[in-house]
Ligand binder design. Sequence first.
Ligand code: GTQ
Length: 353
Amino acid sequence: MAVAATQTGTPSSKHNIEAMRDAFYARIAQKDMAPLWKVMKSVVTKEPVTRCQPHVWHYADVKSLVMESGGLITAEEAERRVLILENPALHGESRITNTLFAGVQMIMPGEVAPAHRHVSSAIRFVLDGEGAYTAVEGEKAFMAPGDFVITANWAPHDHGNPSDKPMLWLDVLDFPAVNFYEASFAEHFEDATQATRRKDGDSLAFYGSGVLPDGTHAMNRSPVINYTYARTRPIVERLMQSGDIDRRHGARVRYANPVTGGPVLPTMSACLAMLPKGFRGEPYRSTDGTIFVCVEGRGTTAVDGKVLEWGPNDVFVVPPWKRYSHNAPEQSVLFSISDRPAQEALGIWREGN
Ligand code: GTQ
């Protein structure tokens, strides 16, 4: 504009400068350069811009389709039999938010998902079934609904189901973020299952009870593999009963690395919240896009003018910096996962109302 104003102001000179600029842009493109001033506002945005949409996946649909996939491919053949929960605005991109992948994995009785490892970290949240395990670094964690299991960067892991019921869980992995950095590695092991080097449940027994074995070193991820619902639910219930209820989040705990007090993984963190009957949450927003699972109860979450209705095992996503508020006509429990620790490590995380 300022440049045009210094011209004579006739339509032809204005046309002339535009033509000169366009010719210039075409020439610099030949040299792999571009004018920042044409894109400044869209690359340095005043507020977060997200391509994600708020969305809910109802468990009735998810379960029947995942069960159907069991008749089409074995876990061994698929390596991981998972149906991806794709954000409706990001079809084909294998992600639920810009940085996180989510999917529902099923292991049928007697099946094994063979051992491998990768840079991407995983969080698994158990939806259905009991008695299947995930073996992480030679330790088996047997799982029940509401349990939350981590698989850290490069930790070898395989899954198996010696029970007589299918087991379904929600997987959340950070590979969209890892791939953004183009830093992914993965490898497979010769043997489908790992030789167990530690007693089942050792990690929770050793590190999860307010004591630590002598010589425990701090790591950037939790030494506990399985955070059980049996242990965490009574804590949020007690928090709620004592009136310690956040006006936005309800009675909420954050899963912690017991050695450092920090998040369970450097790239992802998780919380469990109990919402009292009749809870009407105040609005909240933060720069971490968040994936929620309804563990118990029933309610709605208003996000950016859209109302997501949820019940047991429904999964819903709130995009970064979209204002949301929870409403729970009955007592409910929500589990949530986000990339907050990654953003905090980079100094870019913000919250607001
Ligand atoms: O269980 O290791 O949902 O490697 C996606 C990739 C699960 C797993 C997924 C994986 C896994």
